[in-house]
Design a protein around this ligand. Structure first.
Ligand SMILES: Cc1ncc(COP(=O)(O)O)c(C=O)c1O
Length: 365
């Protein structure tokens, strides 16, 4: 039997968002971020749909190797780099570009570089500019560049950083990070890369040679207080399911686990075949928006593993079998995320493997 819950992935919408990123990149290379299974959209399908991308970014070695096995030939940046000699050798063999964010990684590369083929290593040093998460201090970066550029295995030495607050308009840390990166980037011997989606859209830094957009490609907003539609981004994933049952709950009766919602009047409710086992957030409170048959309704009571409940008092026409949109077309994932106290990134990446992905490859006519 086919599952009622599905995620439809609109590849033409992905390409339109990517075209917008290219336009904003204004001649810089665009390396889409496809880590975490392309934010839940399917890493292979997304990479193949963006066949003209200049490169791709993933979080770890396994993701990079999987893309190579799938036949992706563009440069691939492994953001977190490698953590062992075997990882270094595998990355060199597969022609992956490695982020280098700490002294342990530098020492590993210096120790093992002589075992690798000449010109087989592409390294991007990650600079600490204000995120205080991963990265080498500016002075250490300059010293590392000198040391690594003398190694025969090293073919490319890039520089990168990551903004902490580019999503908030005019946050002072963004300017401080841009200035700090710009200063070190003057010494660059290869590509430089700073911009994520938010930085690309705000234009807070324009001097890098490679941009790394993620969330904007998937049609969610990277900017606080700005809607995806207002930024001309189209939703790529629509998570949808169907009404499993419709019933009347008498006034005074509660619904669902924990009896957390009680009807104050006789209430028509719908049970939807989707739950936290599919990646719908269990912490979404009563009142989270859902679309049924073109109307916005709201959840009530607790989200269960395989179902949730919606209030149908203002949608009397809804019947068993009707389509329900949890987010995507007609209901922005950011709206659901705000109601659930999280971000679109978490909802999109959290859609579980039991939800079948269906790919739309052509523009709707
Ligand atoms: C290093 C790095 N660059 C770029 C991105 C893409 O960011 P966004 O999805 O906000 O565009 C991420 C995402 O987490 C990242 O970790």
């Amino acid at each position: 039997m086919q599952r009622l819950v599905k995620a439809t992935i609109d590849l033409p919408a992905l390409r339109r968002n990517y075209a917008l990123a290219r336009c904003r990149a204004d001649g810089r290379q665009v390396w889409p971020v496809v880590k975490a299974d392309a934010y839940g959209h399917g890493m292979f399908e997304v990479a193949r749909a963006l066949a003209d991308a200049d490169g791709f970014c993933v979080a770890d070695l396994d993701e990079g190797l999987q893309l190579r096995v799938a036949g992706i030939t563009q440069p691939i940046l492994v953001i977190q780099g490698v953590h062992s000699g075997a990882g270094l050798a595998a990355a060199a063999e597969a022609g992956l570009t490695l982020g280098v964010h700490g002294t342990e990684q530098l020492e590993l590369i210096e120790k093992d570089a002589s075992k690798l083929a000449s010109g087989s290593l592409r390294l991007w040093l990650k600079i600490e500019t204000g995120m205080h998460r991963l990265g080498l201090e500016a002075e250490k970066t300059l010293e590392a560049q000198d040391r690594l550029s003398g190694l025969a295995a090293v073919a490319e030495l890039g520089l990168m950083t990551h903004f902490a607050c580019a999503d908030s308009a005019d946050h002072p840390l963004t300017e401080a990070q841009a200035t700090a990166f710009g200063r070190v980037a003057l010494s660059a011997k290869g590509p430089t890369s700073a911009c994520n989606s938010a930085a690309l859209l705000t234009g807070c830094y324009r001097n890098d040679t490679v941009v790394r957009p993620g969330i904007m490609l998937y049609g969610a907003s990277p900017l606080l207080g700005r809607s995806a539609a207002g930024l001309e981004l189209a939703p790529v994933m629509t998570l949808h399911s169907r009404i499993l049952a419709v019933k009347e709950v008498p006034a005074g009766c509660s619904v669902g686990y924990g009896a957390s919602w009680t009807a104050s009047e006789d209430t028509r409710i719908g049970i939807v075949a989707v739950g936290y086992g599919d990646g719908y957030p269990r912490h979404a409170p009563s009142g989270t928006p859902v679309r049924v048959d073109g109307c916005e309704v709201h959840t009530l009571g607790r989200v269960s593993m395989d179902s949730l409940t919606v209030d149908l008092r203002r949608a009397a026409q809804v019947r068993v079998g009707d389509e329900v949109v949890l987010w995507g077309q007609g209901l922005a994932v950011d709206e659901v995320a705000t109601a659930a106290g999280t971000i679109g990134y978490e909802l999109l990446t959290g859609v579980s493997s039991r939800v079948p992905r269906e790919y739309r490859v052509a523009e709707a006519t």
